[in-house]
Design a protein around this ligand. Structure first.
Ligand code: IVH
Length: 676
């Protein structure tokens, strides 16, 4: 190979390596197996050994190896470290406010006060203080469990080891961002792609002395749990943090109304380049802790906060090819394979083209020169085509009418509500009959939010699938480990480890089980609703046997779309077989109420009419939090009918006939020990 080509190959491998390093450690979302990762590193080192002229400051032989993540002990966070929903535009903010007002049952005049805090792009950490002493520091990890990086955190000057203020809570878990300032990053920038990588790499060093070599900073902005804190507002909390000796962001502000949020956003975006730290947006948090508590969380992000991201980074590249990927729900997604480019520190070589309509609209073709955008955690996408650079010979892209995986017809569904044709084209085969759909379904099944089988990554699913070791989800629990042990890249230890991870997941909650089946339109939230209603996996199976799907309409939040999807799912015999088989192998835990002995235990409730200052959704969750059950019919099973303004007359009358207790809001709040 020529010198130049060798250099190109070498540099490409380093870029790849650093990208995977980032995906693994920063994003917690590896796209290749550990073995492949190690191989890539070895290839780079081998090239360096063989061809002495190959040198790069970015090579894994030079950079701080930030692989030691696995050496740290793991601890569960006492309160999960959540992530944030994103907003990109004013409309997104208006929507965010609207949802909150609906939930709180407030009209448009209700003014929401926010704490607006520049979002530093670093690594979050949780610091536990007991009696004023810093006792343990954890990384975010997967949000539930973090790595014990106490000793490394202790090297950071901004983190007080002792807080002696009288009003410092007896126990508190203070959370914030570890980052490196731009002037400090300049000194080491040849070692890392960006400041964030540098902070993360440094924080994860085995030896705290290595951490100390790189000057890290810490800014505090929230808490996990606390014992003995009497503060009602985020803005007040931030001030307290400062008085306790923590650093807070000097650009934090308290702001009301979307217009004012927008002007603050623009003014900070303008200053962005002059700041000594990288920010990628502004976090808005509802200022009142009481209101935050009422709003609570959706699956892994609070309802009361959002990250308003700055406009994306973009770059120019060339489309090498257009691939059609088949997803778990049969959706055909066109993906542009582009020549690799670095956008904001991440090497991008794939960009989504969303769907058939998008390709048509933009007339994207193979060989085109395009602008690619990458914003935060969003998948990179193509924003425009440079027509001046288009080759005269280029031809329009023709979207396949047959599934590239199984050859079945592809279809565009008609939306039952809007009566419009779906923008997405799908493979018409059913579930496990299509190879690609089947593989994606299994990937979903083992994924973090579903069965969460440790070490069972996407690559392994593919490998086992092609080796015909798994075809359906139940096969995962019947794997032949003495065979796995002898596969390339495996050994006794790794096989045993996987076996153990699988064994551990044989017991699963009913809601996770439903979610893991990957039924279209049944995400985590809907799976929870269904599990709460049906209680047991057997009821789920009988649902299909008795064809009693419309029963699910009783669940608030489940509508025709979801029910049709469940119906379709069960129409396929393989799907039913999968559930029956899994039910034999697994211990699917019945869904129990979280708190069984709240003041409303063993009582059933129904709501009618408009309540005052509280939405339906909040009222229901309040009943459930206090161990009550919601039912949606007035029958003998009902204990209490709660009536608000303009209740449905028929419901009230039937309740009276059946001698069911009727409560107004005040009376109901009294039972809850609340004043209304
Ligand atoms: S609050 C529960 N406040 O953003 C809300 N997070 O996408 C989450 N971040 O992991 C934490 N600045 O690393 C909060 N002022 C700020 C923040 C902030 C940066 C990061 C943090 C978190 C991520 C959420």
């Amino acid at each position: 190979m020529k010198k130049e080509k060798l250099k190109e190959l070498y540099e490409f491998k380093i870029k790849e390596f650093n990208n995977h390093n980032f995906l693994y450690f920063e994003k917690n979302n590896p796209k290749i197996s550990d073995a492949e990762f190690d191989l890539l590193k070895k290839e780079i080192l081998d090239l360096e050994k063989k061809y002495k002229f190959l040198k790069s400051e970015n090579s894994p032989s030079k950079t701080l190896g930030f692989k030691p993540s696995k050496i740290f002990k793991k601890f569960a966070h006492s309160v999960p470290m959540l992530s944030l929903g994103n907003a990109f535009s004013k409309d997104d903010l208006i929507n965010f406010e609207k949802k909150i007002k609906n939930y709180l049952n407030q009209n448009n005049n209700y003014e929401i006060e926010y704490s607006a805090e520049p979002k530093i792009d670093g690594i979050s950490a949780s610091l536990i203080y007991k009696n004023g002493k810093f006792v343990r520091g954890l990384s975010r990890g997967d949000g539930k469990e973090g790595e014990d990086i106490t000793e490394n955190l202790k090297t950071i000057n901004d983190i007080p080891s002792i807080v002696s203020s009288n009003d410092f809570p007896k126990e508190i878990d203070i959370r914030g961002e570890v980052f490196i300032q731009n002037n400090d990053f300049k000194k080491i920038q040849n070692k890392f792609a960006n400041p964030r990588n540098a902070a993360s790499g440094s924080l994860r060093q085995k030896d705290p002395k290595d951490t100390k070599k790189i000057p890290l900073k810490f800014i505090a902005y929230t808490y996990g749990y606390e014992d003995g804190m009497n503060i009602r507002y985020q803005s007040e909390f931030l001030k307290k943090l400062k008085s306790w000796g923590f650093k807070i962001n000097p650009l934090n502000k308290t702001i009301s109304g979307v217009e004012n949020l927008m002007s603050n956003y623009y003014s900070i975006e303008k200053k962005r380049n002059e700041l000594n730290f990288d920010i990628d947006g502004i976090v808005y948090k509802i200022n009142s802790f009481d209101v935050q508590k009422r709003l609570g969380n959706v699956s892994n992000a609070p309802r009361w906060a959002v990250a308003h991201k700055f406009s994306a980074n973009s770059g120019i590249s060339k489309i090498i090819d257009i691939d059609i990927q088949v997803g778990r729900t049969g959706a055909l997604t066109p993906v542009a394979k582009i020549s690799p480019i670095n956008i904001g520190g991440v090497v991008v070589s794939n960009a989504t083209l969303h769907n058939e309509d998008e390709i048509k609209r933009k007339d994207v073709r193979k060989g085109d020169t395009v602008r690619v955008e990458r914003a935060g955690d969003v998948i990179p996408h193509i924003i425009s085509v440079d027509l001046n650079k288009r080759d005269k010979q280029s031809k329009k892209f023709i979207f396949p009418t047959k599934c590239p995986s199984c050859g079945s017809k592809t279809i565009k569904e008609l939306n039952a509500i809007t009566k419009k044709e779906d923008a997405v084209r799908r493979c018409s085969s059913e579930g496990f009959d299509c190879e690609k759909v089947s593989i994606e379904k299994i990937k979903h099944f083992v994924s973090k939010e579903a069965f969460n089988i440790d070490g069972f990554g996407k690559k392994i699913v593919e490998k086992f699938w092609y080796l015909k070791m798994i075809k359906l989800p139940q096969d995962i629990f019947k794997l032949n480990f003495s065979k796995i042990e002898h596969l390339d890249g495996w050994g006794k230890q790794s096989a045993n480890k996987l076996k153990y991870s699988i064994e551990q997941r044989k017991s699963i909650s009913f809601d996770k089980f439903i979610y893991s089946l990957g039924i279209r339109h049944i995400g985590l939230e809907n799976a929870k609703l269904i599990s709460k209603y049906l209680k047991t996996a057997n009821n789920f199976i009988s649902l299909s046997k008795n064809k009693n799907f419309s029963e699910l309409l009783n669940i608030d939040g489940i509508g025709e779309t979801q029910i049709n999807s469940i119906k379709n799912f069960f129409l396929n015999d393989t799907n039913l077989q999968v559930i029956i088989e899994l039910n034999k192998i697994l211990k699917i835990k019945d869904s129990l109420k979280i708190n069984k002995d709240g003041p409303l235990a063993n009582k059933t409730f129904m709501l009618t009419g408009k309540l005052d200052g509280i939405s339906r959704a909040e009222a229901k969750s309040l009943i459930e939090q206090n161990s009550g059950t919601i039912i949606s019919n007035v029958s003998k099973k009902l204990d209490y009918l709660i009536i608000g303004e303009k209740p449905t007359k028929r419901k009230v009358e039937t309740a009276k006939d059946l001698k069911i207790k009727i409560l107004n809001q005040k009376e109901w709040f009294k039972i809850l020990n609340k004043t209304g």
